[in-house]
Ligand binder design. Structure first.
Ligand code: ADP
Ligand code: MG
Length: 643
């Protein structure tokens, strides 16, 4: 007995710890960048209190005694305007001394380094990023110069309480204390310019505004002199359990901000109750902005899962397909067991059914947004379009809806913004056209300038301009007839034959045949000159202005895919392009007239190198190209002999 006491006494002393470097950095940033959103600290702290209560209720499923001593879960807010203090108390799960050191001294989430790298130094932008990152507990220091936390873990005796304290000066102190009640109290000693947050009137307004939907009562002392009675300030009813007709847009928005720790508005939401064979309620939001970790493999995503109103877990990612990982929201099932774990979720047929229901809901919501609020949809596409594209390959069942949701930059639009849908493209196709032409390059502007599409644009045919990393993969997923567009297929303007079909006039066809006949020897001579660099030299049907271009085989890997593979350290299969010549071009005509001298070879190689450059490619040996070009330029620039 006494030895235990000794151990306790030894471990109980006050200790000072340094904050993790990232926390110090975050504190500094937050205090300066979030100045215009100071009140979010309250939302964060109430949200932590609510999480703590949720977690205790969850733990009590297996161990009811944890809840027994004090069964009604609640949150209390206490303000002292005279002292300039504010405290938030929950009777939830609580923290041990070790918990406090770990949770309130470090940032435990993945992607922290990424986050710091993405900061720009621009306060406006950074404040949004910091908001997205989820400022959490540390936001207390936006308004407080000293913060004190008293806590006791549920199930542990009173002597195992902890007192944590910091003035955000790089350090915090912890000591073991006696705390009669379970749960946590966070006390803020407000900065001189933040005393407004100790005003009960202001606090009530903030709580109603930001925490109305918190499922636990948030109580404050009744108004009037030194009242000892508490009353609930919020509705204390989980938002999604209320009927849709009774919820205002404002309430939906605020609930989103609470869920997503985002202080901007969502673009859209969808709230539904499914009844019958299986029962669940979902509330799904489309955020206005992509999180900084959207492309990080291990980034947390998914919905908040409840079973019959009991919080089960955050980031339940089994309820939506990966390509909808940007969706935030809640799913509350009446059928899943309360003790469901992540592993179990993976095997539940129930979950599979909910997932396909929710995916459909999201796509319906997006379809509606695209139709009714095209500007908002454009904003959505800008942030999340390339994630949605993943769905075309991943989700065969919803592919028709996904195809309708795609947006592209196009030669028929002035700007390079992705604004054109497939429906629009098909709508303005020429009579007899059955190919949806596209070209892929480094940027929409480069795609627009690609020699491969000269002939198409000259004939007034629309070409979609693709330039995202995922695009080559995406187009590889859509082979054959495009679902929802009978008889239409995609055609890469930079590969194989243009497949113009009946769009090619009789005159064009004749001319092409002529050219073929007349150019036989030229093609052979150029092939000899460029040698193994190309598979073949052909007469082009796709050029009008440029002398030459390079064309890939239908199934060859494109430049983008090659770069991705190479960057991933994978071997890139060898494939050679075809060199196409515009035999009507003066340069090619002059070339044809040259005898097979060194000059012929040099010009042929320059055409080949130029064709690579025009596609945005890189020259294997740029120095050689420059030397060749310079030799020509020297001749050109030399003083002409007097006649
Ligand atoms: P997050 O809530 O996103 O995890 P926070 O910065 O808000 O991040 O909180 C950090 C951690 O501190 C929480 O995950 C939790 O473990 C702990 N914590 C904060 N507040 C409380 C509280 N009132 N009760 C119990 N634990 C808490
Ligand atoms: Mg939090």
């Amino acid at each position: 007995m006494s030895s235990t006491e000794n151990v306790t006494a030894a471990g109980a002393e006050r200790q000072t710890h340094g904050f993790q470097a990232e926390v110090r950095e975050l504190l500094k940033l937050m205090i300066h960048s979030l100045y215009s959103h100071r009140e979010i600290f309250l939302r964060e702290l109430i949200s932590n209190a609510s999480d703590a209560n949720d977690r205790l209720r969850f733990a009590a499923i297996g161990e009811p005694a944890l809840l027994a001593e004090d069964p009604e879960l609640e949150i209390r807010i206490e303000a002292d305007p005279a002292a300039g203090t504010l405290s938030i108390t929950d009777n939830g799960i609580g923290m041990t001394r070790e918990d406090a050191v770990a949770n309130l001294g470090t940032i435990a989430r993945s992607g922290t380094a990424e986050f710091f790298r993405s900061l720009s130094g621009d306060q406006q932008k950074d404040s949004q990023l910091i908001g997205q990152f989820g400022v959490g507990f540390y936001s207390a220091f936006i308004v407080a110069d000293r913060v004190e936390v008293l806590s006791r873990k549920a199930g542990l005796p009173a002597q195992s309480g902890v007192r944590w304290e910091s003035s955000a000066d790089g350090e915090f102190a912890v000591e073991t204390v006696t705390r009669p009640q379970r749960g946590t109290t966070v006390t803020l000693h407000l900065k001189p310019d933040a005393k407004e947050f100790a005003d009960p009137f202001r606090l009530r307004a903030l709580i109603r505004r930001y925490s109305d939907h918190i499922a636990f009562p948030v109580r404050m002392r009744k108004e009037g002199e030194a009242s000892l009675e508490y009353e609930a300030v919020n509705q204390a009813k989980a938002l999604w359990t209320r009927p849709r007709t009774e919820i205002t847009d404002e309430e939906y928005r605020e609930f989103y901000q609470h869920l997503a720790h985002d202080f901007t508005d969502p673009l859209a939401w969808s709230h539904n109750r499914v009844e019958g064979k299986r029962e669940y309620t979902s509330l799904l939001y489309i955020p206005g902005r992509a999180p900084f970790d959207l492309w990080q493999r291990d980034a947390a995503h998914g919905l908040k899962l409840y079973v019959r109103r009991v919080f089960i877990m955050d980031d339940a990612d089994q309820f939506l397909p990966l390509y909808l990982r940007f969706i935030r929201g809640v799913v509350d099932s009446s059928d899943l067991p309360l003790n469901v774990s992540r592993e179990l979720l993976q095997q539940e047929p129930e979950v599979e059914a909910i997932r396909s229901g929710l995916a459909k809901r999201v796509l319906d919501m997006l379809t509606k947004l695209a139709k009714d609020e095209p500007e908002k949809y454009a904003a959505f596409w800008k942030e999340f379009g390339s994630v949605l594209k993943e769905g075309v390959g991943q989700d065969a069942a919803n592919r028709p809806a996904l195809l309708q949701l795609l947006r592209f930059a196009s030669t028929h639009e002035a700007g390079n913004e992705p604004a054109v849908s497939l429906a629009q493209y098909v709508e303005r196709m020429k009579p007899g056209q059955d190919r949806i032409y596209y070209v892929i390059a480094e940027s929409a502007a480069a795609a627009r300038a690609s020699p491969s599409i000269e002939r198409l644009t000259r004939s007034g045919l629309e070409v979609l301009l693709l330039s995202e990393r995922i695009d080559e993969w995406l187009m590889g997923q859509i082979v054959g007839e495009v679902e929802g567009f009978p008889g239409k297929r995609f055609k890469d303007a930079a590969r194989g034959d243009l497949e113009l079909g009946t769009l090619e006039s009789e005159a064009d066809r004749k001319r092409h045949e002529e050219e073929l006949k007349e150019s036989k020897s030229l093609l052979k001579r150029v092939k000899d000159a460029v040698g193994d660099r190309v598979l073949e030299v052909r007469v082009s049907t796709r050029l009008t202005d440029s002398p030459a271009c390079l064309v890939l085989g239908e199934h060859d890997l494109g430049a983008g895919m090659r770069r991705i593979l190479a960057a991933a350290g994978q071997s890139v299969p060898e494939s050679k392009p075809v060199l196409e010549l515009n035999v009507g071009h003066p340069l090619v005509k002059h070339l044809d007239a040259l005898a097979d001298t060194g000059r012929f070879k040099e010009l042929s190689l320059i055409l080949y190198d130029q064709a690579q450059l025009a596609e945005g490619g890189q020259l294997g040996n740029a120095a050689e190209f420059v030397q060749r070009l310079n030799r020509l330029l020297v001749e050109l620039a030399a003083p002409q002999p007097a006649p």
